[in-house]
Structures are given as structure tokens and as C-alpha cells.
Design a protein around this ligand. Structure first.
Ligand SMILES: Nc1ncnc2c1ncn2[C@@H]1O[C@H](COP(=O)(O)OP(=O)(O)O)[C@@H](O)[C@H]1O
Ligand SMILES: [Mg+2]
Length: 278
């Protein structure tokens, strides 16, 4: 690949030392035209990247490409320092195990208890039962759902199911979190409780993450709030302050049309960004 021999200026600029994720001119197509076209960005070790864009622009594909569930047709994708396009499935499996993904709609197994859903990967890895119980309880406590341990997902509300999906993503202390539309399909009040939980994760464990949303409100809440441990809830940052580690990207028609801070987003002259913010 050309850019590996002679990095273009843009490619070199994207090569952030210690980046957790880096896309370098990645293009992804299935049968038709490219779904993602020449995408370059990185996620630093403390960063929360919020990926905005309307339905069908490739947000879920970008998340799946990040942990190797979808392969680029050209360009490179680095995950935790490894070039995943060049990787065998077995090594990719081990690398993917170091990340946590919250799938769109939560994607729980309805025939398994909450305990077995949250423990799913640990069960595959034959972790002893007692250790599983302990770790599941810890993960459920973090999302405020200890009492659902023996319940089935079908008996939980939409918001609770989403919390269980987040607990499942957190169970192995991931080095990267990928949230696909974590508030999709939820009412505004429940959405805020999920965003509060994500802010708690961000401010408590400081795990780098990419969060996909089409809801501008979620994005603004995340960048203008912090988690207050003493209060046990999310509080607004002082007037005029925003979280410096929470930054934005926007996709449209396969292109990354924005990459920057909240101030840059609000000041953007890009017609599509302006329309999205209205
Ligand atoms: N496995 C796949 N095979 C073929 N096309 C796909 C596949 N996954 C996604 N697409 C297409 O890629 C485009 C972007 O999809 P997606 O990433 O799910 O959008 P978003 O998450 O932004 O709503 C859509 O046109 C979708 O049909
Ligand atoms: Mg999607």
C-alpha cells in the first residue's frame, strides 16, 4: 500500500502516538459503491469520540470495522496498535476480546438469564463459576441492576436491557468501548439515564470509546456534563466549560465530513453539519 512506503501528509498527521484506534485511508464496500470512502481518524488513549450522522451513512459499519467484524477493501485500520486487515481470524479474536461492544438494540439472548448474558464471553472462556458470579455482580452493580441477576431479558424494560448490554461490554475491563446507538428506540427520559451511565463509565474508568448516535441531544449532554461520584449522578460542567476529551466526527455519504471539538462543530460552515445541528 502506497501510504505505508511514503505517508501522505494527511496520513502522517493521523498517526497519533499511542492511538487506540486509527483508520488510515480506509475504504469499505460490499457489492455496490463504497459505504465508507477514504476514512482517516484516530482515537487517543483518553478520548471519547462521538460519531454523528443520519441513518444509513455507515456508522455501524465503521464500528464493526474498528474491531475487525468488517474488513477494509483498501487502506489500513489499526486497533490497539495492530494492523487488523493483515491479521488472521484467530489473532483478531484475541484482540477483539480486549474491546467491548454494545450492539445496536442491545442484542441480548432472550433464552439466557441476565447473568448468562453478561457472562457470555467468560463462559466461552471457561472461567470458573464462582469468579463469573463475582464479576457479573460487580458489572451489574456498576449499571445499577444487581437485582436482575436471575431474571430473563424479556421481563426487563428497554432501558434496563440496554444497561445489561453495557454490563456485558464492561465485564472484561475492555481497553476500548464501542457503543452503537445506545439510546436508539428509547424515550428521552430513559435515554438520559443511559447517557448518564456512559458518562459515569467515561469519568470513572476513562476507557477510550467511540459512541454512535443520531441524537444530537445525547452528544451535547455528554460533552457538557461530568459524573459526580459523591452525588452519584451526572452534573453539568460550569457554564462555558466542556469535556476536553469528548470530541466529534460526522459521516455523510461515505465521507468523514467533520472531525473536531464541540466548539469547532458548532462553528462549522459545512452546509451538511449546519443542517444537522438545526
Ligand atoms: N454486511 C453488509 N452487506 C452489505 N451491505 C451492508 C452490510 N452492512 C451494512 N451495509 C450497508 O451499508 C450502509 C450503511 O449501513 P450502516 O452502517 O448500518 O448505517 P448506519 O449505522 O449509519 O445507520 C447501508 O446502505 C447498508 O445497507
Ligand atoms: Mg447503525
Amino acid at each position: 500500500m502506497m501510504e505505508r512506503i511514503a505517508p501522505s501528509l494527511e496520513g502522517a498527521a493521523a498517526a497519533v502516538p499511542g492511538a487506540i484506534v486509527e483508520f488510515r485511508h480506509a475504504t469499505i464496500s460490499f457489492d455496490g459503491p463504497a459505504v465508507l470512502d477514504d476514512i482517516s481518524f484516530s482515537v487517543g488513549s483518553r478520548e471519547t469520540r462521538i460519531l454523528l450522522g443520519p441513518a444509513g451513512v455507515g456508522k455501524s459499519v465503521l464500528l464493526k470495522a474498528t474491531n475487525g467484524l468488517v474488513c477494509p477493501s483498501s487502506g489500513s485500520i489499526f486497533l490497539l496498535g495492530e494492523d487488523i486487515a493483515a491479521m488472521k481470524e484467530s489473532s483478531l479474536f484475541a484482540l477483539r476480546a480486549r474491546t467491548g461492544m454494545v450492539f445496536q438494540e442491545g442484542a441480548l439472548f432472550d433464552s439466557l438469564t441476565v447473568r448468562d448474558n453478561v457472562a457470555y464471553q467468560l463462559i466461552q472462556e471457561r472461567v470458573p463459576d464462582e469468579e463469573i458470579d463475582r464479576r457479573v455482580k460487580e458489572a451489574l452493580a456498576f449499571v445499577g441492576l444487581e437485582h436482575t441477576f436471575d431474571l430473563f431479558p424479556g421481563s426487563l424494560s428497554g432501558g434496563m436491557r440496554r444497561r445489561v448490554a453495557i454490563a456485558r461490554a464492561l465485564i472484561r475491563n475492555p481497553e476500548l468501548l464501542l457503543y452503537d446507538s445506545p439510546t436508539g428506540g428509547l424515550d428521552p427520559l430513559t435515554s438520559t439515564t443511559i447517557i448518564e451511565l456512559i458518562v459515569k463509565q467515561r469519568d470513572f474508568y476513562k476507557t477510550p470509546s467511540i459512541l454512535v448516535t443520531h441524537r444530537l441531544q445525547d452528544a451535547f449532554t455528554m460533552v457538557t456534563h461530568r459524573y459526580d461520584t459523591e452525588k452519584g449522578g451526572m452534573v453539568p460542567l460550569p457554564e462555558g466549560q466542556t469535556d476536553p476529551n469528548t470530541t466529534f466526527m460526522m459521516l455523510n455519504e461515505g465521507k468523514l465530513i467533520f472531525d473536531g471539538s464541540i466548539d469547532e462543530l458548532v462553528a462549522s460552515e459545512d452546509p451538511f453539519v449546519k443542517e444537522f445541528l438545526e
